[in-house]
Design a protein around this ligand. Structure first.
Ligand code: ZN
Length: 94
């Protein structure tokens, strides 16, 4: 069982979350080239090391968040809600 720390709910079984893949910046479709759009849609870095991923807490707070995962060790760190700094909690929303 893989425990993934949701920034709101704390450690959750990965089976209770949805993995939404590698996190990368979406280019502006009005200004990017077809090559940039194709790269955004189909190419992934797949590094040997730390990778920023998108997850969705489907059985808990139902919020999207990002977390860093080491692809070799499986270690997880720095879960963060969109628009927040790592380590921020629900109480920091005010
Ligand atoms: Zn949650």
């Amino acid at each position: 069982m893989l425990l993934v720390p949701c920034p709101n709910c704390g450690p959750m079984n990965a089976a209770d979350l949805s993995y939404n893949g590698e996190s990368h910046r979406r280019p502006d479709p009005k200004t990017c080239t077809p090559e940039e759009w194709r790269t955004y849609l189909y190419l992934r870095e797949n590094p040997s090391g730390w990778l920023l991923e998108n997850w969705y807490c489907s059985s808990g707070c139902r919020r999207h968040f990002k977390i860093e995962r080491h692809t070799l060790t499986g270690e997880l760190r720095a879960p963060v809600l969109p628009g927040r700094k790592p380590g921020a909690t629900q109480g920091d929303m005010k």
